[in-house]
Design a protein around this ligand. Structure first.
Ligand code: NDP
Ligand code: A1CAB
Length: 272
């Protein structure tokens, strides 16, 4: 593995910032000493400091020393952060990666300077174990910078490069999506308890069954319905359960939820 040689700053080390940091170390993309993590309340990062990450509350100083800067605060926290770091930005030195939902590359350039390189990335929390589905988009960054960012996220999962106007859709399908599948697994395990299993066994069974379903599609490169057809015996119990779920809106509720999340993802940020 070709390790990154420079310095990475993750500004906003909450759920996704920390997951990314852990994933990059696990994938051997960088050493903990190359990654600086910031948040305002740094006492929450003491365990990560013990693991060798550099910890700071001074965003501006951290940006001055970084080659890659990841913006990982909430959309409603972003403007204040951008204002703070603007004096330390050197467009020739740093590449900015924003994971903030609903914030365009142009929005960030309008705050940091028009010549600044900004690439958006939309990972999900499985990044911590190298299993993220990350969508990457930019409207202006150089090919070399985009390739390095794709290489970075490929060490922690799969990457699809998309047009920036589809970024809120990617947020709903992949970043929010992991929660939707987790809830489906939880619901399956609750069904398992009703039909006789202890909660821990039911969860283990539901998790492995979900993993098997995903791996079938990944490894066989097949379509879900093709695999479903192999399970549904005529007059059998699978089609009875599946049709009951559909009568109760299974597919429809997922589609509606994803559509609502996409609308919401596009409305999380206020420019001023
Ligand atoms: N969670 C997810 O699965 C995904 C989230 N995203 C996006 O990632 C971003 C972060 O989300 P998430 O990790 O869930 O949110 P969290 O609230 O968990 O993390 C945000 C972090 O930012 C810190 N923070 C806030 N203001 C500042 C500041 N001025 N300087 C430094 N740190 C600051 C907060 O800590 P403190 O209060 O101590 O400063 C907090 O730890 C959002 O924009 C979200 O849309 C994208 C993909 C997936
Ligand atoms: O729920 C959210 O707003 C963030 C963005 C995508 C996943 N979590």
């Amino acid at each position: 593995m070709n390790q990154f040689k420079g310095s990475i700053a993750i500004l906003g080390s909450g759920n996704i910032g920390v997951s990314l940091a852990k994933g990059l170390i696990k994938a051997d993309y960088a050493l903990p000493s190359q990654i600086t993590l910031t948040r305002r309340n740094i006492s929450n990062l003491s365990v990560l400091a013990e693991q060798g990450f550099v910890i700071s509350a001074d965003n501006s100083a951290v940006v001055g020393n970084a080659d890659i800067v990841v913006l990982a605060v909430l959309p409603q926290q972003l403007n204040q952060l951008l204002e703070q770091i603007r004096p330390s930005v050197d467009a020739k030195k740093q590449v900015f990666i924003s994971v903030a939902s609903g914030v365009s590359c142009a929005d960030i350039r309008s705050k940091l300077g028009e010549d600044v390189q900004v690439i958006r990335a939309m990972p999900n929390t499985a990044i911590a174990i190298g299993q993220s589905m990350t969508c990457v988009a930019t409207d202006h960054a150089t090919k070399d910078n985009v390739e390095e960012v794709i290489r970075m996220f490929e060490t922690v999962g799969s990457v699809v490069k998309i047009n920036e106007d589809l970024m809120t859709s990617a947020t709903a399908l992949c970043a929010c999506g992991i929660a939707f599948f987790l809830r489906a697994i939880r619901a399956a395990s609750q069904g398992g308890v009703e039909i006789g299993f202890h909660a821990d066994e039911a969860l283990k069974m539901a998790v492995q069954t979900a993993k098997g379903a995903a791996d079938l599609l990944l490894q066989m490169q097949s379509h879900p319905e093709q695999e479903i057809d192999k399970v549904t015996s005529p007059k059998g119990c699978t089609i009875a359960g599946l049709n009951e779920m559909e009568h109760n809106g299974f597919s429809s509720s997922l589609i509606k939820g994803i559509k609502l999340s996409a609308v919401k993802a596009g409305a999380l940020y206020t420019k001023e």
